[in-house]
Design a protein around this ligand. Structure first.
Ligand SMILES: Cc1cc2nc3c(=O)[nH]c(=O)nc-3n(C[C@H](O)[C@H](O)[C@H](O)COP(=O)(O)O)c2cc1C
Length: 167
């Protein structure tokens, strides 16, 4: 099964996409750019159940066993787009419970892309706890940043660790 990267930047070809491209060079991965999907935030009345979120989740449970969440750091936390995606996981434990159950045993990794090496503590808590809630294996959090418009060498090392490559 091919791992899937869920990319949640506010721009398609920004710094976060550099990470997706680099990760793809390390390991055969599919990239899902949330900007390409039409989906809205959580709705208590589920009036958005016909948007692109549930079809994506149905495909993920069928076709992948590893999901890398890839988000820029916006105001000390994940992007709003990524948070909307996480909020919509509520659909998978309410109106589409079978989807939530089928996340069990899959792996979840997190990569953040900020403006510098330093990152506030506890950044990854929502992802780690979400993995636990869905009985997924948490692969850990790897932080990345750019230097002079390119992925920082240390950030590249972090991505290699995530994919298990050390060369
Ligand atoms: C709205 C916004 C908020 C940001 N907040 C932070 C922040 O809190 N910490 C940080 O390190 N960088 C912050 N940055 C910088 C971005 O994380 C950084 O430039 C990142 O590489 C952008 O990725 P992108 O090109 O995919 O958007 C912020 C950028 C934007 C646009």
């Amino acid at each position: 099964m091919t791992p899937v990267i869920i990319q949640g930047s506010a721009r398609r070809a920004g710094n976060t996409s550099l990470v997706a491209t680099y990760l793809q060079q390390q390991r055969d991965c599919e990239v899902v750019d949330l900007l390409d999907l039409q989906f809205s935030g959580y709705d208590y009345q589920n009036r958005n159940k016909g948007d692109d979120f549930l079809p994506l989740m149905r495909r993920l449970v069928e076709q992948c066993d590893t999901i890398y969440f890839l988000t820029p750091v916006y105001w000390y936390t994940m992007s709003g787009l990524m948070k909307n995606f996480l909020d919509r996981l509520t659909d998978c434990v309410t109106i589409e419970k079978e989807l939530g159950k089928r996340m069990k045993g899959k792996s979840l990794g997190l990569i953040s892309m900020g403006s510098e090496e330093a990152l506030n503590s506890h950044f990854d808590e929502p992802f780690r706890l979400t993995a636990g809630y869905l009985s997924m294996q948490y692969l850990g959090h790897y932080h990345t940043w750019c230097e002079n418009g390119s992925l920082a060498p240390l950030a590249k090392e972090a991505i290699k660790s995530l994919t298990g490559k050390t060369d």
